[in-house]
Unconditional design. Structure first.
Length: 221
């Protein structure tokens, strides 16, 4: 978050944290659905990591910024209104939870990204197609313990490893390609291992990619 970068820059240069910057950070945390307790704990942890005493004035400004947004912001929803799938923030939080469950959970989940063709001559797909997309994904993944979100012409799926889940993923891809008379075809699916302590897809490493002709799983060696 850019608001974090400004705080870290102030700490790194040894200058006092401007009240306005701390307030913006508090507001940004509230906007992303982070509670006041976690917001303040993280802020204190930052000073601890920097081996500096907590700036009480900055901490107060942080709380003020959080409170102002929390009082006026609409309740956060875990569901995207267009697709009925989970929101980006909720999806990221779930990845963080799974990746920090402990050694026994390592390797138990993975991330699949089904990349779809972008809309032609439009900024985004029509809402009716997105609604059908969401219903198709939920129908194919029902009962697998998987979670999915839609973003930037791609369906992101967090799923428990297993033959059943992989079979459903292939079925999900096929159903999506058939929607809208082939509007979402061809699709590509990429699988990523879920690394411990890596809460975002950007920090994972690709295992395999396949096109519409077939699927090649990761090596069992």
């Amino acid at each position: 978050m850019p608001e974090v970068r400004t705080i870290v820059t102030s700490l790194d240069t040894g200058t006092a944290i401007p009240a306005g910057r701390a307030k913006l950070l508090g507001a940004a945390r509230a906007t992303n659905g982070v509670g006041i307790n976690e917001t303040m704990s993280d802020f204190r942890a930052l000073f601890l990591a920097a081996e500096q005493p907590v700036d009480i004035d900055a901490l107060q400004s942080l709380a003020e910024g959080w409170a102002e947004v929390a009082e006026t912001a609409a309740p956060l929803s875990c569901t995207d209104v267009y697709t009925g799938l989970v929101t980006h923030v909720h999806f990221q939080r779930r990845i963080h939870e799974v990746s920090t469950l402990g050694p026994e959970s390592t390797g138990s989940h993975a991330l699949a990204i089904i990349r779809l063709p972008g809309p032609r001559h439009k900024r985004g797909h029509c809402w009716t197609l997105l609604a059908r997309l969401g219903e198709a994904v939920k129908g194919q993944l029902h009962g697998t313990g998987s979670m999915a979100m839609y973003q930037n012409s791609a369906v992101h799926i967090l799923f428990p490893l297993g033959e059943r889940s992989l079979s459903r993923l292939l079925g999900c891809k096929a159903v999506l390609e058939a929607l809208g008379d082939g509007t979402l075809s061809p699709a590509r699916m990429v699988l990523y291992p879920l690394q411990r302590h890596e809460p975002s897809a950007a920090n994972t490493h690709p295992v395999t990619e396949h096109n519409t002709q077939g699927f090649e799983g990761p090596s069992r060696k």
